[in-house]
Design a binder for this molecule. Structure first.
Ligand code: SF4
Ligand code: SF4
Length: 432
């Protein structure tokens, strides 16, 4: 790293001055450099390099803050290699809010080097996917691509590999279900309350079956489900890329969509989105929504199920993958296990080394392929050891990335959301 010299650009200096407030406000200075977080950090575990550890990254960020280091490409690389899995935050005795610190540092770096044009297009595209007509059109295009045989043809001819799109294609290997969500699904039987469902952006397209399973379960258990059409992307990708301006706009729009007194919980089926939504801060309505954010498994586990609802047996071994956001941000990992154990004859096991990130981490795996694949490789090893029939995970991003790995490794283990399994096993109402 080069020491700051007189040639530092004016924009960087201006940004550095602003970072002093934001990074300091975020709490980087609380780090006492004890190093207890190091063994829990996936990138440090892989590289054994201090600058790829939480402590090392905080030291770099503090140096940026003080103006003693220039944000060189190497500096930026150490920060961008961070998965934001927040395993470090969970074990830190000094309660360093690592997620906030990293977001502030990345926002600062963005003032010196704006997002590339491709990056901007990607971040815009995910927001468009939250709008019914756009999502439906893209879903139909992908559906035709899969059903027409074009996907198989391109795969067989090796064209996708040649274009460097094999990984992306493998991630979209699950059938796309074009779905247009209604804004209201009434409760079945005795009405017990009203909840809202957050549908997300990419998940709305690729994981519609999980969202529909959530709606079926919630209405069957007596809840009115509202799906506000004004809702939008949670903004996680934007915030983690340093684009706090867009992230704040999205937060504002979600605030308008979900701030209703009759909604007792805002249910999410994607822990990656939930973790962002529950950290909405600032104005009253935003923090009111944050307090209502509940993971679907947690909600279903917490409520009392009406009498007469039963689950059909499923004699299978189900391994459970804990997404980092569910583990380190929401602290809600137990619910998927206890819910799945309600299914008779099911063996539910924890995937070994669940505390380590699978490498998906939002859009991380598209940018840092080597690290992401190495982490995924460890998960595939764990799956080899456990040999489950099904892998259950509460985050569609992890599911897609792991599915691509399984496909490339020639393994046929189904990956589903816990709620999809529950919905499948739900016995029909008496008399049907
Ligand atoms: S555990 Fe916390 S205080 Fe210790 S080095 Fe890591 S971030 Fe710093
Ligand atoms: S967020 Fe994860 S990858 Fe980043 S420093 Fe912390 S433990 Fe390491």
């Amino acid at each position: 790293m080069k020491a700051v010299n007189s040639s530092v650009r004016a924009t960087q200096l201006e940004g550095l001055a602003q970072s002093t407030t934001n990074i300091a406000r975020a709490g980087a200075g609380r780090c006492v450099a004890c190093g207890l977080c190091l063994p829990h950090c996936p990138t440090y575990r892989k590289t054994k390099f201090e600058a790829e550890s939480p402590r090392g990254r905080i030291a770099l960020i503090l140096a940026l803050d003080k103006g003693t280091l220039e944000p060189t490409p190497q500096f930026e690389s150490h920060l961008s290699q961070c998965l934001l899995c927040r395993a470090c935050e969970s074990v830190c005795p000094a309660a360093v809010p690592f997620g906030d610190v990293m977001d502030a540092a990345r926002a600062q770096l963005l003032t010196a080097r704006p997002v590339s044009m491709m990056g901007k297009i990607g971040l815009h595209a995910v927001v468009l996917l939250t709008r019914n007509p756009w999502a439906a059109s893209v879903a139909w295009i992908l559906w035709c691509y899969q059903k027409s045989g074009l996907q198989s043809l391109l795969r067989k001819a090796g064209i996708l590999r040649h274009l460097g799109l094999a990984e992306m294609d493998a991630e979209f290997s699950s059938p796309i279900t074009p779905t247009r969500f209604a804004s209201h699904y009434p409760a079945q039987g005795v009405r017990r309350g009203t909840v809202a469902l957050f549908t997300g952006c990419v998940a709305r397209l690729t994981d519609a079956p999980t969202l529909l399973a959530s709606i079926r379960l919630l209405t069957r258990l007596g809840y009115d489900v509202r799906v506000p059409p004004q809702q939008t992307c949670c903004g996680a990708l934007h915030r983690h890329a340093g684009d706090t301006r867009t992230a704040d706009k999205l937060r504002h729009r979600n605030r308008e969509a979900f701030d209703r007194d009759d909604i007792e919980a805002v249910i999410t089926a994607a822990s990656g989105c939930a973790a962002t939504l529950m950290e909405y801060r600032g104005d009253g309505p935003a923090s009111r929504i944050a307090a209502k954010i509940t993971d679907i498994s947690e909600f279903l586990e917490k409520i009392e199920w009406p009498r007469g609802i039963s689950l059909r047996p499923l004699p299978k071994r189900i391994a459970v993958h804990d997404p980092c956001t569910l583990r380190n941000v929401m602290h809600a990992t137990t619910a998927p296990y206890s819910l799945l154990r309600r299914i008779p004859q099911t063996e539910v096991v924890e995937l070994p080394d669940n505390a380590f990130c699978c490498g998906a981490a939002g859009a991380y795996h598209l940018e840092h392929k080597a690290m992401a694949r190495s982490l995924r490789h460890d998960k595939l090893d764990s799956l080899h050891r456990v040999t489950p029939d099904v892998l259950a995970t509460s985050n569609p991003g992890c599911a897609m990335f792991l599915q691509a790995g399984l496909r490339q490794a020639g393994l046929t283990i189904e990956i589903v959301h816990p709620v999809t399994l529950l919905d499948r096993q739900l016995a029909p109402p008496a008399g049907n």
